[in-house]
Design a protein around this ligand. Structure first.
Ligand code: UTP
Length: 303
């Protein structure tokens, strides 16, 4: 029987250069979709999947992230005085149990694989989850919860996967599929960012993983790969070379790449339209705005 997954690593030590100049002083993970930081979505998803210990791999300039999870007694008291119980409840949801959260530093941005490896001493010989908060996945049943169920069935490492257009394979880790069983696929290899003509499929790995402790051991031996970084993909590929099973999991839900500006904007619109307090007004605004501006656009072209 597969062991329970109770620890998750959140690699948040990247430089976030695509969001400069904002990321000069704001960690990308603190940027908000309307009013909730990206990291809050990731934490909520992990909690729903039964995660009890949260390990953040951070770097210089990420102190706002640590502050975000601190209790804020002054703020709570001010809200209590004003009778703002709804806001108090909202704050309460961001509190973490004492000792449930750990921070570890990645001193150099040597890649995602290296960031995960930095957390090795906080794990026993146990399976663990990795969540990239940049990838926001919307679904009634959160993605990691779906994956924990797939892990319980298969017993092997599981990586979240989704189909991408062939010209985009060079932006992702791509799966070499052995047996396609529908939502679960068994895989025989993984290639980091292959050119379209070299891609073994168009099933791309995105930012959710449940990994066996062997992957952590492999990371300790992994050499720098694509881009001079230590690639998580290479450490997972080693599993298959060593004859251990790895599965791709086609999750249910819509994924937004919030590490890119366009993905972040799309997620913002999607979240705003879903909100009971904003959706109707924002939807009307968007329709009017598009109508007016496409009319102006047509007139300018005609003129
Ligand atoms: P990205 O490839 O999105 O890099 O990392 P980045 O630095 O965050 O952003 P850009 O490309 O400069 O805009 C994917 C995830 O891996 C983490 C990032 O924090 C992000 O969650 N990461 C990446 C690390 O923790 N350490 C690294 O050395 C690299």
């Amino acid at each position: 029987m597969s062991r329970k997954v109770t620890k998750a690593i959140f690699p948040v030590a990247g430089l976030g250069t695509r969001f400069l100049p904002a990321t000069k002083s704001i960690p990308k993970e603190i940027m908000t979709l309307v009013d909730r930081p990206l990291i809050q979505y990731a934490i909520d998803e992990a909690r729903a999947a039964g995660i009890k210990e949260f390990i953040f791999v951070t770097s210089r300039g990420k102190s706002a992230l640590e502050d975000y999870f601190d209790h804020s007694p002054e703020l709570a008291q001010a809200l209590r005085k004003k009778g703002k119980t709804d806001l108090l409840d909202l704050l309460e949801d961001t509190n973490m149990d004492s000792g449930a959260i750990a921070y570890i530093r990645q001193h150099k941005a040597l890649g995602l694989g290296h960031a995960v490896w930095c957390a090795r001493r906080l794990l026993a010989d146990e399976p663990f989850a990795v969540i990239l908060p940049d990838d926001v996945i919307m679904n009634d049943k959160p993605c990691l919860q779906q994956m924990v169920e797939a892990y319980a069935e298969t017993g092997g490492s599981v990586v979240a996967a989704m189909e991408v257009p062939t010209p985009q394979t060079s932006s992702y880790g791509i799966l070499d599929v052995e047996d396609d069983m529908g939502s679960v696929v068994s895989i025989k290899g993984m290639v980091e960012k292959p050119a379209a003509e070299d891609a073994p499929s168009n099933l791309a790995v995105i930012g959710r993983y449940i990994l066996s402790p062997d992957v952590m051991r492999n990371l300790g031996q992994t050499q720098r790969g694509v881009g001079g970084e230590i690639q998580l993909t290479d450490a997972i590929a080693k599993e298959m070379e060593d004859g251990r099973p790895v599965y791709g999991f086609r999750f249910r839900g819509q994924r937004f790449d919030c590490g890119s500006k366009i993905g972040f904007l799309k997620a913002t619109v999607a979240v705003a339209l879903e909100r009971a307090d904003l959706g109707a007004e924002f939807g009307t605004f968007l329709e009017d705005y598009i109508d007016q501006n496409s009319l102006q656009h047509t007139q300018t072209k005609a003129g």
